[in-house]
Design a protein around this ligand. Sequence first.
Ligand code: NAI
Ligand code: ISE
Length: 336
Amino acid sequence: MTVRIGVIGTGAIGRDHTRRISQVLAGGEIVALTDVNRTSAEKVKAEVAKTAEIFETGEALIASPKVDAVLITSWGATHEQYALAAIAAGKPCFCEKPLATTAEGAKRIVEAEVKHGKRLVQVGFMRRYDAGYVALKQAVGAKIGAPILVHAAHRNPTVPEQYVTPMAIHDTLIHEIDVLRWLLDDDYVSARVLYPRKAARSHAKLRDPQIVLLETKKGVLIDVEIFVNCHYGYDIQCEIVGEDGVAKLPEPMAVKTRLAATLQNPILTDWKDRFIDSYDVELRDFLKAAAGGGVAGPSSWDGYLAAITSDACVAAQEREGEPVAIATPARPALYN
Ligand code: NAI
Ligand code: ISE
């Protein structure tokens, strides 16, 4: 069966996922597009989805009988309204991270899905599909003994002007929040944020870089550096220290050169390239489950727990250095 897909938000990742479904993956067809900026939807239609119909609103796209399943790739603060509309329509939806920009918003999605009685939302936590993270998880389980410490870094070369301090958490750190909970099979109990001096490339509304310290129920201490104006590249690092050894996330494949008396190893600069395979695999998973009318992969529950932690980290940003407690609610049976 070919799943007929509608895409809400045709910016950077909406365009890339549209290209992926149209040109790379089997099992899906982009039949509908919408964006508050109609010109963007028209451009994406012309480039990678020639037969798609352009809808005036996300709600109209979700309601259309032409659309079997939905991709929500608009700005984070708009995800909740579309996820709720997709659940109300009984249609599977792939919602880019964050599920919602607050825990309250994410909770409303969980409650709607539980009421509906069936999972309909996959959250775009693509790192769970990344071959490097999957290998790291295997090493943590089988080789290095029980984890004690995690050192991680999330570095972007640059971010747009409208990127402000809390986005370092709900737009950027949200990836580590989810993938480390999954890697360690653990939950968070507290968060702290520390700031060094502000980097020269930052701006008035962005404290960059920053260090987030997370503590887990099993007693693991995690430090994550978030540096979104690091300039030199897109660099994701993760090292886990266990009882018996240390496991490190592999570097992306790159050709080393020996030139002009220098040994060089290139570093990627764009998240689209760094996780290109993981996006393919997560959407293949989505298309497969959506063909049967459901979803698999990271759930609304995962999105909700990430949002609870994200809210705590934003509060910790405002209380520099002070710990903020994180409580994990009881899991509804739907997500067992
Ligand atoms: P973007 O700004 O390039 O594109 C967002 C698009 O959504 C814009 O064209 C905008 O006009 C449109 N839009 C905004 N509000 C809308 C609404 N209410 N209805 C319809 N369209 C609307 O942003 P980008 O980078 O594509 O990010 C989009 C989402 O994807 C964000 O939630 C972001 O966190 C997530 N993302 C995930 C990545 C990952 O690695 N998984 C990578 C980049 C983005
Ligand atoms: C962006 O939205 C992403 O999800 C990227 O993976 C992340 O590195 C970046 O910081 C976010 O802004």
